[in-house]
Every structure is written in C-alpha cells, then in structure tokens.
Design a protein around this ligand. Structure first.
Ligand SMILES: [Fe+2]
Length: 307
C-alpha cells in the first residue's frame, strides 16, 4: 500500500462545505475518471508506485462506460485510495435518474443513459452507500503551493473545463474565489494543463503533452490548472493508452508529468462485449478514438478527433 494518510482530517471552519484536508505532500499521482476500467486502474497503481509518488488520489467517476463497475471500486477501497465524488458517485449514491454528466445533445444523452443504467444495476448497494460518504473536494499542499482537487470545477461537479474553452481570466477567478494556487480536475476525459504568470521558464500555453515522458515545467509562482484526464477511455488521439498525472513540488517550481498507461485493452473490450455494452464503446477502447459522448466537445477538441 502506498504511504498515505487514510483518514484525512476535516478542514476546520472551512468556508467551503464537504471538503477534506488531505495533508502535505511533495509528489502525488491523481487519477481522473476510471469509468469501470479496472484493468487500467490496476496498471496505473503499479506505475504510480514504481514512479515513487507519496500518495494517489482519485477524483471521481469510478463507474460508467466499462464492465463490472464493482471491480474498480474494490481496487480503490482495498488500496485505501483517498477519493472524492464525481457526478457518477453523486448520482449513484442519490439513486438519481441519470448520471448528471452535464450533456445537452440527445446522442450524448442516449449513450450516457446506456452507461448509467448498466452501472447502476451492477454496482453493489454497500459501494453506493460508500460513495455517498465521499467528500466533494480535497485540499492539500504540494511544497508551498495550495492545491484544490475537484471533479468538474470547484463550483459545479459536472462542469467541463476544456483547454480551448477555459480562459485565463476565468481560471484566475476560480483560483481567487476558491483560495488556491493549483486547481486539479477531471470530468472531460482529456488531459491538459496551463499555468498563469510563470516567473521564469515554463509556458502559459496548453501543456498537453505529445507523448510519453514529456515533462512540463513551470517557474514560480505556479498558479494554474491541471486536468488529469481519464483512466477509463483513451484521449481521443488514436492511441489506446489512457492517462493519469503526477504533480511534484520541486526546488525550481511545480512539475507535471502526464503518464500514459498501456493495459490489456483487448481484454477489456472482450469483457464489454460479453456484458452487452454498445459496440461503439468497444471501438473507442480498441482504436483510441471517441465514438460517443463527443457532441459536447468544443470545436477545437472535436477537430483533433476522428469523429
Ligand atoms: Fe464526470
């Protein structure tokens, strides 16, 4: 098990409800939407351990899309991974009618309905109850940086923070309103980062990496956003890998590493077929291109995919 405080203390007199203070760290892994991809989750945990992180945190959406939703939850709970709610955990623990994903297009909602109905039927009641106990946000420190972790955005669990649609001014407002230096989120399924006001070196642009091992590095004082992407489905780039992020407080600033996770995606696709999940979902797992739930994409992100 990774060294990690299994019982973070509540923030005293926090101005923000349902937050936990998780502690002080130097090098941390963040897992975004898992979407029942327990094979990738298992591999990502091995990778994070080999990359010597202090702790791993999961930012919600454990179910959806993939097969056997209890398996991912059991890996998280069995390893004591401190987790927050995504829209899926909120919806499942509330016995909601739908996933509260935030889609607006009928085609997106059609496939979201198939995912949610399957996941709701296959998730054990004790796991749904556990999801209802999870905090909404985590706060921590990485070196001298204050960190706020959320699922979509700090103001709404299912807000999509896309690289192309998140302005510097809006990001600055979120950081100010929620009293943090770094905002760490998921929900979109696409990993990216941007830093504001780098003191030296670094870039204020889109930090989305082109490949394995690329390290984004930014000078102090680091303020910005890291969308950690998803372990559940590929990043709509024609690669079957899925992604998580490592954030480290170094002597020369904050470093981000987006880590690709290769896993047995053919096995996952075969299990999805046996479970009766849509062939369009399997195609995404096998090709790395999104086929569903992509009407929500802004034009720039849509243009970089196949469909
Ligand atoms: Fe989500």
């Amino acid at each position: 098990m990774l060294p990690q405080d299994p019982s973070p203390s509540p923030l005293p007199a926090s101005a923000f409800p349902r937050e936990l203070f998780a502690g002080a760290y130097r090098r941390v892994a963040f897992f975004g939407g898992i979407y029942s991809n327990y094979l990738a989750l298992d591999r990502a945990l091995d990778l994070a351990r080999s990359l010597k992180v202090d702790a791993v945190f999961a930012l919600g959406d454990f179910g959806a899309f993939g097969p056997h939703p209890d398996r991912a939850v059991e890996i998280l709970r069995g390893n004591g991974i401190v987790s927050i709610q995504g829209n899926y955990e909120e919806a499942l623990s509330d016995a909601a009618e739908d996933c509260r994903c935030g889609y607006v297009d009928p085609r997106d909602n059609h496939y979201a309905r198939l995912s949610f109905d399957y996941t709701a039927a296959k998730t054990a009641a004790p796991h749904k109850a556990w999801m209802g106990t999870l905090p909404r946000h985590l706060r921590m420190t990485l070196g001298d940086r204050r960190v706020l972790c959320c699922h979509g955005s700090p103001r709404r669990i299912n807000e999509f923070l896309w690289a192309s649609a998140t302005s510097d001014a809006f990001l600055r407002k979120l950081l100010d309103d929620y009293q943090t230096d770094l905002l760490i989120c998921t929900h979109t399924g696409l990993h990216w980062s941007r830093f504001l006001e780098p003191a030296s070196g670094g870039s204020a642009g889109d930090g989305r990496p082109a490949g394995n091992g690329l390290l984004a590095r930014h000078g102090r004082p680091a303020r910005g956003i890291i969308n950690v992407g998803a372990l559940g489905r590929p990043a709509n780039n024609g690669r079957t890998d899925v992604w998580f992020a490592i954030v480290e407080a170094g002597d020369d600033g904050t470093r981000i590493e987006f880590v690709p996770v290769a896993y047995d995606h053919a096995r996952l696709a075969a299990e999805m077929e046996r479970e009766g999940l849509p062939p369009e979902f399997r195609e995404t797992i096998l090709t790395g291109w999104w086929t569903t739930c992509l009407e929500i994409l802004p034009a720039k992100e849509r243009a970089s995919g196949r469909y």
